[in-house]
Ligand binder design. Structure first.
Ligand code: GLA
Length: 390
């Protein structure tokens, strides 16, 4: 879909005239550092070139008219600025409505109705289409209602995350919205989620490529699993705090964790905490390996992260395990692991450039044979964060 085509849809659906603005925000993929943003650790995501496009125009009343070119069956979804409570009935529009509500709650009135057309080109689920939606709407609101001074790019991410947590009920960390708002082409972001200090690291991967492979496993119940893991980490932290002075699980180095881990009463919670502590160390080691051009180590750390997610964090599923295994035993694959929220979605694999076509074909064949599902492959290309188009 081109911008021109989208513009035509806008006129057809909402009628011509008025001042129409266009915005975009990308999806993300996390290279390493999974389930540690909410444990105060470092993550290492990058923004994609695919994402969410939004066209918006102010209305003369207080109605919100939404249309998604991805969910056309839903038709025009209409709600009102005078009733901003979350309602299941509002379906996908709860994402943009959540952002509008969050702006209002932060003392930034959205005082006219809006016509909003959205189109997303992020394939499958698990590459943060919801964060891309939230960030693109936040970028639009701050621009159209005069809040650009108040809301910088980082604040955009914070508001979008708040909308996801408080309005849509997934207690997510900051990673997805941060990558979508702050991404930089050609770079991954080393983000310290405890204080939002960050560094853009050039993604120079020499003669390698990064594959993002979608399992096409529809993930249901993800948010309940996710919120459960978060609660388990909080329990582990509470136990640890009785014996050591820390704010977050990721404040501990692996050796310190080994010293204090018995303070965690529950064996399951202990494993969750172990994942967080060791994953944090892997992120730092991985960034060093990337800086050193040591792709063997980069790959090995991806594998270790994947195993930890599978066995200690128990955030994978049969389809993901099958896909990761299919990837790992191809010649030229240096490492592979699940990426993102878990229990489905995507894996990332670091592979040698020269074998890439054969690797993709073999993985797809093996995965299809074992699961009867098709694996969709994206060769990673990185993009910039959320922005105004016109
Ligand atoms: C989801 C959440 C993120 C992060 C990842 C796991 O994508 O939205 O905040 O916790 O899962 O790393």
């Amino acid at each position: 879909m081109t911008i021109k085509q989208m513009r035509k849809h806008f006129d057809r659906l909402f009628g011509p005239g008025g001042e129409i603005h266009g915005y975009f925000a990308p999806g993300r993929v996390n290279l390493i550092g999974e389930h540690i943003d909410y444990n105060g650790g470092h993550v290492f995501p990058c923004a994609l070139t695919v994402g969410n496009y939004v066209m918006i125009r102010k209305r003369n009343d207080r109605e919100l008219h939404f249309y998604s070119l991805n969910f056309r069956i839903g038709g025009m979804m209409i709600s009102s600025l005078d009733n901003m409570a979350y309602s299941k009935r509002d379906g996908w529009t709860n994402y943009p409505r959540g952002v509008i509500d969050t702006f209002q709650k932060h003392g930034m009135p959205i005082d006219t109705g809006l016509d909003i057309l959205v189109y997303g080109n992020i394939p499958g689920s698990g590459l943060s289409s919801s964060a891309a939606m939230e960030v693109s709407i936040a970028v639009a609101l701050k621009d159209m209602f005069g809040y650009n001074q108040l809301v910088d790019r980082e604040k955009t991410a914070i508001l979008a995350q708040e909308a996801e947590c408080n309005y849509n009920g997934l207690s997510c960390g900051i990673m997805d919205q941060y990558a979508s708002a702050m991404g930089k082409q050609g770079h991954a972001i080393l983000l310290n989620c405890a204080n939002l200090e960050h560094e853009y690291i050039p993604l120079n991967i020499g003669d390698c490529k990064i594959l993002v492979i979608n399992s096409n496993k529809p993930h249901s119940l993800v948010s309940s699993h996710y919120n459960e893991r978060r609660a388990e980490c909080e329990r582990a932290l509470a136990d640890l705090k009785k014996v050591v002075n820390i704010e977050n699980l990721c404040d501990l180095k692996p050796a310190e964790f080994e010293k204090y881990k018995d303070a965690i009463q529950d064996e399951v919670y202990r494993r969750r905490a172990k994942h967080a502590v060791y994953e944090e160390q892997r992120v730092l080691d991985c960034v060093q390996a990337l800086k050193d051009g040591d792709f063997e180590t980069f790959g090995r750390l991806l594998n270790e992260s994947g195993d930890s997610l599978r066995y200690d964090y128990e955030a994978t599923c049969f389809e993901i395990d099958t896909l990761v295994e299919a990837a790992r035993h191809q010649e030229g694959v240096l490492g592979a692991r699940e990426t993102g929220g878990g229990w489905g979605g995507n894996i990332v694999a670091l592979v040698k450039d020269e074998n890439v076509d054969e690797i993709i074909q073999n993985i797809q064949e093996e995965y299809k044979q074992k699961t009867n599902l098709k694996a969709d492959v994206l060769i990673l290309s990185t993009g910039h964060g959320g922005r105004k188009m016109f």
